[in-house]
Design a protein around this ligand. Structure first.
Ligand code: NAD
Ligand code: UDP
Ligand code: UDP
Length: 341
């Protein structure tokens, strides 16, 4: 009767009639918070490929856009709700991918109090929802919980080196509290939780002017402007292509491990190296310009993905040099810059 009347959630049906719960093979109603954003919209694309999935997106469009979900609007298995996760939400779902939160420093620093509310009250509300309907919930936490790390690369067992009162703290500490809430709901109420610690992710649909390094460099190269490397330029990051990220998140949700599990690409580059690669691939004529940095910028970051490999059978496939041209193509279309023959 689930086929005919999708009002019932999988958890309700499971409780009444089924003994064997097989998530991959069953109909699923899935909530994606922040689904109009960069990673969220790619996740929605992947979830919608499975005809057994019904997807509900809630988003307040702070950094996301309906445009990212254009192809699903009006689809019978898809629903889009304008909603702020800091307000309670009543829906009936089987799984919750909780992504809602601005991810780029210029956006999360724009209204830091709101960023904390989104991380703390937003996560609390989604956990309250998960508890009421018996849904499994996955939080997209961040490598920023490691702060300016004193251990390199960072394993999940590392507790981090985070400034509690700095300009990035609304995001870093917000995500740390969100992780704590997840584990307390798990221990106290038996909620099924999954925590992904996402490392820098890039790909099509990133906001063009969101200030993150890959989107900045590609937009600058296409506009013929200097690539702005923030000092000292020797700081490192590890960049994961968005399709690899989405694959890792789904494996984590479907698997048996609560996490936290690092999901990221261990290929590590200095910002100067990244600028050189973008210059070489996209526009050899542009200059590289050193500019001032912002406070508390982590000096190095690279995931230890041993756990993801062993527990999820996951590792990234896309190399930076292969992923950048895919993002370039998307940015060219959106900026209206065609390729010189
Ligand atoms: P994004 O800014 O593109 O997407 C976030 C989405 O959440 C947007 O659509 C935004 O409108 C929505 N949102 C923000 N506040 C909200 C609120 N209060 N209520 C409802 N919706 C709200 O960012 P992204 O890169 O897609 O990141 C998605 C998630 O992954 C975030 O939780 C982020 O912290 C995490 N993450 C991303 C990266 C990365 O490199 N992109 C790295 C680490 C962690
Ligand atoms: N909540 C929600 N949707 C639900 C159930 C709860 O948004 O379907 C919110 C609720 O408003 C509360 C939070 O989740 O603020 C935590 O809920 P919980 O039941 O754990 O705690 P309580 O309501 O007892 O504070
Ligand atoms: N960065 C840079 N030029 C830019 C934007 C960022 O050199 O135009 C540097 C920044 O100082 C940081 C790294 O790139 O060391 C990654 O910054 P981003 O904001 O993309 O992500 P996060 O700091 O959250 O890892």
């Amino acid at each position: 009767f689930y086929e005919q009347d999708s009002y019932f959630t999988q958890a309700e049906i499971q409780g009444e009639t089924w003994s064997d719960f097989q998530p991959q093979q069953s109909n699923m109603r899935i909530l994606v918070t922040g689904g109009a954003g960069f990673i969220g919209s790619h996740l929605v694309d992947k979830l919608m490929e499975n005809e057994k999935n019904e997807v509900i997106v809630v988003d307040n469009y702070f950094t996301g856009s309906k445009d990212n979900l254009r192809k699903w609007i009006g689809h019978p298995r898809f629903e889009l709700i304008r909603h702020d996760v800091t307000e309670p939400l009543l829906v009936e779902v089987d799984q919750i991918y909780h992504l809602a939160c601005p991810a780029s420093p210029i956006f999360y620093k724009h209204n830091p109090v709101k960023t904390i509310k989104t991380n703390v009250i937003g996560t609390l509300n989604m956990l309250g929802l998960a508890k009421r309907v018996g849904a499994r919930i996955l939080l997209t936490s961040t490598s920023e919980v490691y702060g300016d790390p004193l251990i390199h690369p960072q394993p999940e067992t590392y507790w981090g080196n985070v400034n509690p009162i700095g300009v990035r703290s609304c995001y870093d500490e917000g995500k740390r509290v969100a992780e704590t809430l997840m584990f307390d709901y798990h221990r106290q109420h038996g909620i099924e939780i999954r925590i992904a610690r996402i490392f820098n992710t890039y790909g099509p649909r990133m906001n063009i002017d969101d200030g993150r390094v890959v989107s900045n460099f590609i937009a600058q190269a296409l506009r013929g402007e200097p690539l702005t490397v923030q000092k000292p330029g020797t700081q490192t990051r590890s960049f994961c292509f968005v399709s690899d990220m989405v694959d890792g998140l789904i494996r984590l949700m479907e698997g048996e491990n609560t996490g936290p599990i690092n999901i990221g690409n261990p290929g590590e580059f200095t910002m100067l190296e990244l600028a050189e690669i973008v210059k070489e691939l996209i526009n050899p004529k542009v200059e590289i310009k050193m500019v001032e940095n912002t406070p508390d910028d982590p000096r190095q970051r690279k995931p230890d993905i041993t756990k993801a490999k062993e527990l999820l059978g996951w590792e990234p496939k896309m190399k930076l040099r292969d992923g950048l041209p895919l993002m370039e193509e998307d940015f060219r279309l959106r900026l209206g810059v065609s390729k010189e023959k």
